[in-house]
Structures are given as structure tokens and as C-alpha cells.
Design a protein around this ligand. Structure first.
Ligand SMILES: [Zn+2]
Length: 186
């Protein structure tokens, strides 16, 4: 099984690169190759398309930066869903990534006006900064909708988009129902 992609906001998708299969933790950012694959899978949602040269330039420094940001967003998400305050360290790491690569919109005019996000930073740095800023926006505006999946052994997060939703995916809901059924009939 590869990294789950649930169609959640990008910061949550990044958090969900730490996932579990049958209760075993997996790290979807365990290598440069996995980070490059994750970026490619989410390319349509990022403001910058990485060129093949830029993808080839991703190394351990970029991998560590991506994991650091992922872990900080995860710490804040965990605190929010647990009803506690996140650590000062996680907040500082998130803010550090957000201010690392300031970006802005530029107007472009082809058939119609479009806005293109630009940054002076290297593309991957700018991408992580973009996700950090999206995370801040999410935590400020949607923290009451953030949920940790209730599926057995699942460690994923999702935004609750309908009142009864308790699971990240239909598969987790089915596993939870099967576990309850098993518990009742044992
Ligand atoms: Zn789940």
C-alpha cells in the first residue's frame, strides 16, 4: 500500500504521509524518492510545477525540511483533536516554514485574467512554505472541523465535511463496523 490520498486539504494530506497499515506505522516520507512521488501525486494542487531538474535536485536537506514541517503540522493537528494546546516548538517550526519563502500573486492575461502564485525562493522551499501557510489558514479557520479518524489502528486526519462523518475513508468505516460486529458476536 502506498501513501493514502484522501482529497483532503494539502496540509492534511502532508500530515497523512504518516500512516498505518494494520496498526503498523509507515512513513510516506521515508526517502527522497517517496517525497518526490508525493509531490508528483499532488502536483495539480501546488502552485509550482517542479521541473525534472528541480525534482532531481531534491536531496536529504529538502527531505528533512518536508518531514520537519509534516511533523509540526501533525503535532498541532493532534493537539487540536485532543482538545489541548500545541507545543510552542511545533508552532515555531510551522511559522518558520511559513516565513521561509514569502510568495505573492501575479496577474496574467491570456484568454482571461488569471492569478499566478510566485516566490523568489527555490521551488521546493516555496512549496513547503505554501503548505505551511495553508496549514495556518486551516488551523485558524477550520480547527473545529479537524478530526482524527476513529478507524481501528488508523492515524489519519480529515476535515469533517458532514455531521456524521467519523472515518477518513469508507474502508476505515467498514473496518470499524466489522470490529464492532466481531466484538458483539465473540
Ligand atoms: Zn481512517
Amino acid at each position: 500500500m502506498s501513501v493514502p490520498l484522501l482529497g483532503e486539504p494539502l496540509p492534511i494530506e502532508l500530515v497523512n504521509t504518516a500512516y498505518a497499515v494494520r496498526g503498523e506505522p509507515h512513513d510516506g516520507l521515508a526517502s527522497v524518492e517517496l517525497l518526490t512521488a508525493w509531490l508528483a501525486a499532488n502536483e495539480h494542487r501546488l502552485p509550482w510545477k517542479l521541473s525534472s531538474d528541480e525534482r532531481a535536485a531534491i536531496g536529504d536537506f529538502e527531505l528533512n525540511a518536508a518531514r520537519e514541517l509534516r511533523d509540526a503540522i501533525r503535532d498541532v493537528a493532534q493537539a487540536i483533536t485532543a482538545g489541548t494546546a500545541p507545543s510552542a516548538g511545533a508552532i515555531e517550526t510551522l511559522n518558520h516554514h511559513a516565513r521561509w519563502a514569502p510568495h505573492w500573486q501575479e496577474l496574467q492575461w491570456q484568454a482571461e485574467p488569471t492569478a499566478h502564485v510566485r516566490s523568489a525562493a527555490p521551488p521546493l522551499t516555496a512549496t513547503l512554505s505554501f503548505i505551511a501557510q495553508a496549514a495556518i489558514d486551516l488551523f485558524v479557520n477550520h480547527h473545529t472541523d479537524l478530526r482524527a479518524c476513529q478507524g481501528p489502528g488508523c492515524v489519519l486526519f480529515f476535515l469533517q465535511d458532514r455531521p456524521q462523518r467519523r472515518w477518513c475513508s469508507a474502508a476505515c468505516g467498514n473496518r470499524a463496523r466489522a470490529a464492532r460486529h466481531y466484538a458483539r458476536h465473540r
